[in-house]
Design a protein around this ligand. Structure first.
Ligand SMILES: NC(=O)c1ccc[n+]([C@@H]2O[C@H](COP(=O)([O-])OP(=O)(O)OC[C@H]3O[C@@H](n4cnc5c(N)ncnc54)[C@H](OP(=O)(O)O)[C@@H]3O)[C@@H](O)[C@H]2O)c1
Length: 330
């Protein structure tokens, strides 16, 4: 089968298309003919061994992914496709089922076929949704949900989502809206209408207004893009307010320190706790019309390097999909 592989940590062009052996499902696994996957920040960070995070973070990243070289040659954590074979112990899925989900650090989706354990974060695709949309909904959602679960969001509570146009941000706005909170979203000019359409009550264009200077305060500030900070946000948090982080070694330390010594707290859950039930919840939200995919660009798998370079600009809107046109089904 064809797959995008890499054998060394490094820039986007370490990725290349190669013919590799087609996997066979184990007892508790299904074999999926992948129709679509995505390039997300997990792929990008893992491929460069988190070098941009500094030496400590890069070392920790290599401990997980392989010290000298990546153990898993095929990236891609989000997928949507069709089940073409099942292991003897599989009960939930059958051949021909259309499924979607997220393998996290298990990766494997940049390929025509992938093995997926039945118990992983995988579910039948939402009714009426296509492969490309289904591939693009899980990563941002799971990351946003992990954070927002900590925030007791409900009617009467307010949240500011910073970086509302990214993968996690677009998910965060939709989820916060679902929970009934009053949502203020921060993004750049070109994404204001999109973010409003996702359910934000108020949108602040960060190129025109600095939210930390307008006197407004919130119960929760969610830095969905890792480009703000607790220190700069503190004055915009109400008493007892929460700063939800998605990135940054410093936030790990603050998440230990602030609950003990500060009225306003940083929350940063590492590793994120994400479950199969979360994916089933996502499917239900989509089917109820409460959640939708946000796709910026689509590329064929063969253009994985170009797609990756675009994601690395850090200016994509929502998600970037890789398609496996004419994906084999047997
Ligand atoms: N996705 C993952 O798998 C994953 C997992 C764990 C942690 N994280 C971390 O979570 C964070 C978000 O990831 P993501 O995948 O959601 O990011 P993303 O989709 O790449 O975010 C890009 C978006 O952020 C906006 N943006 C860029 N600079 C900004 C700024 N200074 N202020 C406000 N918005 C800005 C961009 O729009 P404009 O340029 O137009 O503003 C763009 O829409 C990152 O720090 C990442 O490392 C990601």
């Amino acid at each position: 089968m064809r797959a995008a592989v890499y054998d060394h940590y490094g820039p986007a062009d370490v990725l290349r298309i190669e013919d590799v052996e087609k996997p066979a499902p184990k007892e508790d696994e299904v074999l999926v003919a992948v129709h679509a996957t995505t390039v997300n920040r997990l792929d990008v960070h893992t491929r460069e061994a988190n070098r941009s995070g500094g030496r400590v973070v890069s070392f920790l990243s290599r401990l997980v992914s392989g010290i000298r070289a990546p153990r898993q040659r095929i990236l891609g954590s989000e997928f949507a496709g069709e089940v073409v074979a099942i292991g003897a112990a599989v009960r939930e899925f059958g051949i021909g089922d259309r499924i979607f989900g997220n393998t996290g650090l298990g990766f494997g989706a940049y390929a025509e076929f992938m093995r997926v354990r039945e118990s992983w974060r995988v579910a039948l695709m939402p009714k009426g949704m296509g492969f490309e949309d289904a591939a693009a909904i899980s990563d941002g959602f799971l990351n946003a949900l992990t954070c927002l679960k900590q925030a007791d969001l409900r009617k009467g509570r307010s949240i500011l989502v910073y970086g509302a146009s990214g993968s996690i941000g677009t998910a965060g706005v939709q989820l916060a809206r679902y929970y009934g909170a009053e949502v203020t979203a921060v993004c750049s000019t070109k994404n204001v209408e999109l973010v409003r359409s996702l359910g934000a009550d108020r949108v602040i264009d960060y190129t025109k207004e600095d939210f930390t200077k307008n006197g407004e305060t919130y119960d929760v500030i969610f830095d969905a893009v890792g480009k703000h900070s607790f220190e700069r946000s503190k004055g915009s948090l109400k008493a007892g307010g929460l700063f939800l982080a998605t990135d940054g070694f410093r936030n790990l330390l603050l998440a230990i320190w602030t609950p003990r010594f500060s009225d306003k707290k940083v929350i940063f859950q590492i590793p994120p706790k994400q479950t199969k039930q979360d994916v089933q919840f996502l499917k239900a939200l989509v089917e109820a019309g409460k959640y939708r995919a946000v796709i910026d660009r689509r590329y064929p798998l063969t253009d994985v390097v170009e797609a990756t370079r675009y994601v690395e600009t850090q200016h994509k809107t929502g998600n970037v999909v890789l398609t496996l046109d004419g994906a084999a089904t047997s």
